[in-house]
Design a protein around this ligand. Structure first.
Ligand SMILES: NS(=O)(=O)c1ccc(C(=O)NCC(F)(F)F)cc1
Ligand SMILES: [Zn+2]
Length: 260
C-alpha cells in the first residue's frame, strides 16, 4: 500500500486507485484559456483580513512546505469575491518544479509558472474542516503564481529562512507573527471556478480564486525551496521538487474573471 505522492509508482496517474474522486468532473488544477473566460461584472473584490498572531508552525510533510494557522475562531478570514460569508484561513503551502520553467499547478494560456502558493480557507458554517471538505462551498483557496526574476520577494524571506529548520520530512518549527497577505501582488484581479483539492482525497469542495498577477522571486529563493527533502532525517536524500498535479479536464466548467 504505497502512500500517494508524485513519483511514477504513486503519482497522479495512480491516485484514483485509492481516491476515486480523482476521476471526478470538477477536478483541479486546470488550464485557463483567456478566450474561454467569462468576465463577470457582478464579481466583487475579495478581502483578506489576517491576524499575524494566528500563525503557528511551519512544517515539511514530505510533500510540501506548509504554514499552519489557528482556525479555532474567525481570526484570519477571507471574504468577498465569489464567496458568501467569511472563510477561515487554515494553512498555506506551495507547489514547485525542479526548474524555473514549470512547477505551478494551474496553467495560464499555456504558461507554467515556477511555483504556485495556495492559501487554504474553510467555511465555518460546516462546523469543522472535515465537514467543510464534504461540501461544494466548503473550502476557498487563493492561488498566487511565482515567477522567477532578478528581484527577490522580500516578503518570502520569512518562509524561506525557516526552510533550513525543516529540511527533512516530519520536521516542524514555530512560525509566528506572520501575516501572509504581504505575499499578495499589487493587483487584486482574479479568475474563479469550482474545483477540487489538487492532492488526494481530491474532494470537489473548492472555490478557486487565482490571482492574475504573479509575484516575482529570485533564482536563489527558488533554489532554497528546492533544497527541501522528501526523505526523513536519516534516509537517502530525495529532493522535494515537482510536487504539482498535471491539469485536469475542464468538463464544461465556466471560469469567470473579475477583470476585462
Ligand atoms: N493543493 S490544494 O488543493 O490547495 C489542497 C488544500 C488542502 C488540502 C488538505 O487539507 N488536505 C488534507 C485533507 F483535507 F485532509 F485531505 C489538500 C490540497
Ligand atoms: Zn496546493
Amino acid at each position: 500500500q504505497s502512500v500517494w505522492g508524485y513519483d511514477s509508482e504513486n503519482g497522479p496517474e495512480h491516485w484514483h486507485e485509492n481516491y476515486p474522486m480523482a476521476k471526478g468532473d470538477k477536478q483541479s488544477p486546470i488550464e485557463i484559456n483567456s478566450k474561454d473566460v467569462q468576465h463577470d461584472s457582478s464579481l466583487s473584490a475579495w478581502h483578506a483580513s489576517y491576524d499575524p498572531g494566528a500563525a503557528k508552525t511551519i512544517l515539511n510533510n514530505g510533500r510540501t512546505c506548509r504554514v499552519v494557522f489557528d482556525d479555532t475562531f474567525d481570526r484570519s478570514v477571507l471574504r468577498g469575491g465569489p464567496l458568501t460569508g467569511a472563510y477561515r484561513l487554515r494553512q498555506l503551502h506551495l507547489h514547485w518544479g525542479s526548474a524555473d520553467d514549470h512547477g505551478s499547478e494551474h496553467v495560464i494560456d499555456g504558461v507554467k509558472y515556477a511555483a504556485e502558493l495556495h492559501l487554504v480557507h474553510w467555511n465555518p458554517k460546516h462546523g469543522n474542516f472535515a465537514g467543510a471538505l464534504k461540501q461544494p462551498d466548503g473550502v476557498a483557496v487563493v492561488g498566487v503564481f511565482l515567477k522567477v526574476g532578478k528581484t527577490p520577494k522580500p516578503e518570502m524571506k520569512r518562509i524561506l529562512e525557516e526552510i533550513d529548520n525543516i529540511k527533512t520530512k516530519g520536521k516542524e518549527a514555530p512560525f509566528q507573527h506572520f501575516d501572509p497577505s504581504i505575499l499578495f501582488p499589487k493587483s487584486r484581479d482574479y479568475w474563479t471556478y469550482h474545483g477540487s483539492f489538487t492532492t488526494p482525497p481530491c474532494e470537489e469542495c473548492i472555490t478557486w480564486i487565482l490571482l492574475r498577477e504573479p509575484i516575482e522571486v529570485s533564482p536563489d529563493q527558488m533554489a532554497r525551496l528546492r533544497s527541501l527533502s522528501k526523505n526523513g532525517e536519516n534516509e537517502p536524500l530525495c529532493p522535494l521538487v515537482d510536487n504539482w498535479r498535471p491539469v485536469q479536464p475542464v468538463k464544461g466548467r465556466i471560469v469567470r474573471a473579475s477583470f476585462k
